[in-house]
Design a protein around this ligand. Structure first.
Ligand code: 1CP
Length: 356
């Protein structure tokens, strides 16, 4: 009997325990900002590199639920973080649509550049079934995650994913995709529409599998004029948010339009995301002035400050926390952690934010 009671009370605690990161995303200011780190599962960790070697190709790792869950949880074993991010990649979306992706060591992702026939051939009906291992990974992570930790799912935003599908690889100026969109607007709209629908069904499936929060990575929101930004970034992200909320009304969504610059406020006001990811080139005071008063923010430490470490890191962490202290804030970098980051610096960062 006693045992049963203890079990029950444990279950109650588990069910009612608050997740500070999720609470912050939903708009509740926390005493100190919860913290996670973009790309926290990855190459700066020796235990990641070890599993990566064993797994075969990078995509083999993404589609292996046991190993992908292990890698997702690795950073939480080392650091006192508030959340785990699903280990996967934004490019599983084209891969699952049938535009097969390869990750070439040292060279990044490579895909056959898409054209009119390629768009017509995309296999939307097989899409979600092909991503079932990723959904299984989410369920596995969730079953192993402590009750006060937040599980973050994600996908690339349609424009960012389209830049890779059109160019067949990454680029610094996205010129191929920008020209494609300007020269062939109808075809481009067709591709974007497929990506909007795929993103909605993928994110809804992630939330149903156990993700507490999802982030839209618009890593290539830069290099766009205001008209293009509205049409490729704000429009499609708004549709994704609306589509997800139609199925999961209280979905907690972070938007991260990297390089939005002067368009940040418009993105924040119009897309319906709960929280804005702020890149490190955006001044803290600019973000505060540009965004609606009660809107939460995530960011925005320069990842190279974390590589350099020392007093400048401590000072900047304080400045960022102070600058965002009037609104819900999730501490994070302003872009992904880089592989050369010393692990000791990550520990110092987490301690500094915990002590804030
Ligand atoms: O061999 C390896 O280990 C490959 C390195 C790697 C890793 C660890 C790639 C290739 N992707 C990932 C994992 C990954 N990618 C995660 C989960 C891990 C975590 O966050 O902890 C996430 C969320 C991503 C997201 C991602 N992939 C983005 C958006 C975020 C960002 O950094 O801007 C982008 C643009 C990609 C594409 C991609 N995947 C990998 C590389 C090298 C790239 C970038 C290529 C380019 O620069 O264009």
């Amino acid at each position: 009997m006693y045992f049963r009671l203890a079990e029950n009370s444990k279950m109650v605690t588990m069910a009612t325990m608050k997740k500070p990161l999720l609470e912050a995303v939903k708009g509740k200011r926390q005493k100190r900002p919860p913290i996670w780190i973009m790309r926290q599962a990855g190459r700066y960790l020796p235990e990641y590199r070890e599993i990566r070697e064993r797994a075969g190709s990078f995509l083999d790792l993404c589609y292996n639920p046991r190993l992908a869950a292990e890698v997702s949880l690795q950073p939480l074993k080392r650091f006192d973080l508030d959340g785990a991010i699903l280990f996967s990649d934004i490019l599983v979306v084209p891969d699952a649509l049938g535009q097969r992706v390869e990750f070439v060591q040292g060279d990044g992702p490579v895909l056959p550049p898409i054209d009119q026939e390629g768009i017509a051939r995309l296999e939307t009906d097989l899409f979600l079934a092909r991503l079932s291992p990723v959904l299984e990974t989410i369920a596995l992570i969730k079953s192993r995650l402590e009750a006060d930790k937040t599980l973050i799912g994600f996908c690339g935003s349609p424009w960012t994913v389209a830049t890779y599908m059109i160019a067949g690889k990454g680029s610094t100026d996205q010129a191929k995709a920008r020209l494609f969109a300007l020269r062939k607007p109808a075809l481009f709209a067709e591709l974007m529409n497929i990506l909007v629908q795929a993103s909605i069904s993928y994110l809804v499936a992630q939330l149903r599998a156990g993700a507490d929060v999802v982030q839209l990575f618009e890593s290539w929101a830069l290099n766009l004029d205001e008209k293009c930004f509205r049409s490729y970034v704000i429009g499609p992200n708004t549709k994704v948010v609306e589509g997800v909320r139609a199925a999961v009304p209280d979905a907690a969504i972070i938007g991260f339009p990297r390089g939005a610059a002067g368009m940040l406020g418009e993105y924040g006001r119009e897309t319906g995301v709960n929280m804005m990811g702020i890149d490190y080139a955006t001044p803290v005071s600019f973000a505060v002035d540009a965004l609606p008063e009660d809107m939460g923010v995530q960011g925005n430490l320069d990842p190279l400050r974390l590589v350099a470490g020392g007093a400048q890191l401590e000072r900047r962490v304080e400045e960022v926390i102070l600058g965002f202290s009037e609104r819900p804030h999730v501490f994070n970098l302003g872009h992904g952690i880089v592989p050369e980051t010393p692990i000791a610096h990550v520990s110092s960062l987490v301690e500094a934010v915990r002590g804030a």
